[in-house]
Design a protein around this ligand. Structure first.
Ligand code: GUN
Length: 302
């Protein structure tokens, strides 16, 4: 008889391991490019204000670039920056032939129109995959930059050989950057994919009954501990996208990350489950770096 810890350990999807293996592959590609005298991929980040989470995420992205041999640059602005100032910077980066990928870290201050800034980024350099042209291509099944979180989820399902064809996948949350694109990817005629997808959101009735029918649940609603043990059927695959900072006096920082899944109760029933942290989170960096390589190699836009 397995102990609780042994049982959970055998079900864990290790995002850190998969992310590092993708990064290792990208590092090899950089070495090949260097050996052939080609252009080293260059990722540029714009960071506005002093949000702790954004600082950490951008620092991690820059560090990952260094680790695999990419060039990187970062431009910082105070949270009093105007839309015009940001647009000018985006415009300059759009025209800089050395920069392959640009991300504007979100969230932006309230006085900035996020859609306006996103629309200014040249689709060719939009390695976040947030531009309407890139999201439109995703919807049509054309080659595009898949945004980091949906990319990460699909890679994890693939790496762990999780059967998705004909399965019922319930996505909880309809955001533009996770729920909506991942529901499209899961329903496409690909592997992973070919699932029958139900997209649930804040107005969904009988969410528990729907979740109980799911073979795969992707929880991306941003409410810590939302998915309870009694909402999950035996053997379901659970992908937890939530990363809410909750108070944790026992930690040095005073907070810890909590997912959208009530982990201990759900893990007992699941056949596979992503932990938070260490599941989907680390995969997002791999997705961003993979898109930057695609941009440098002109794989999407010739
Ligand atoms: N803020 C949280 N996640 C992301 C992301 O993937 N890209 C950007 N630009 N900002 C974010």
């Amino acid at each position: 008889m397995k102990t609780f810890t042994e049982d959970i350990a055998s079900k864990l999807i290790d995002g850190k391991k998969v992310s590092l293996s993708i990064q290792e592959d990208l590092k090899k590609q950089v070495e090949e490019i260097k050996a052939n005298g080609g252009k080293i991929p260059h990722l540029c980040a714009i960071l506005v204000g002093n949000d702790g989470g954004s600082e950490t995420y951008v620092a991690a992205k820059i560090k990952a670039c260094e680790n695999i041999g990419y060039q990187s640059s970062m431009f910082r602005f105070p949270d009093t920056v105007t839309e015009d100032e940001l647009i000018q910077k985006v415009d300059a980066i759009n025209h800089d032939p050395d920069i392959d990928g640009l991300i504007v870290q979100l969230p932006l201050p309230k006085h900035i129109d996020v859609d306006k800034i996103t629309n200014y980024i040249k689709p060719e350099k939009d390695v976040d995959g947030f531009h309407p042209v890139n999201l439109g291509k995703l919807l049509l099944g054309l080659p595009t930059y898949v945004s980091a979180t949906p990319f990460g989820i699909m890679q994890l399902l693939q790496f762990y050989n999780i059967e998705t064809a004909g399965k019922h996948c319930v996505v909880i949350g309809r955001s533009n950057i996770v729920g909506t694109p991942v529901s499209v990817l899961m329903s496409r005629n690909t592997n992973p994919g070919n699932a029958t997808v139900t997209l649930c959101h804040s107005k969904t009735k009988n969410l528990k009954e729907i979740a109980l029918q799911a073979d795969i649940i992707i929880a991306a609603i941003g409410i810590p501990g939302f998915l309870k043990g009694d909402m999950v059927k035996e053997g379901a695959v659970i992908i937890d996208v939530g990363t809410t900072r909750v108070n944790a006096p026992e930690t040095k920082s005073g907070w810890r990350l909590k997912g959208d899944v009530d982990f201990d109760a759900v893990a007992l029933k699941a056949s596979f489950i992503t932990p938070v942290p260490g599941g989907v989170g680390p995969m997002t960096i791999a997705g961003l770096l993979a898109n930057t390589m695609k941009s440098a190699k002109k794989e999407i836009y010739k």
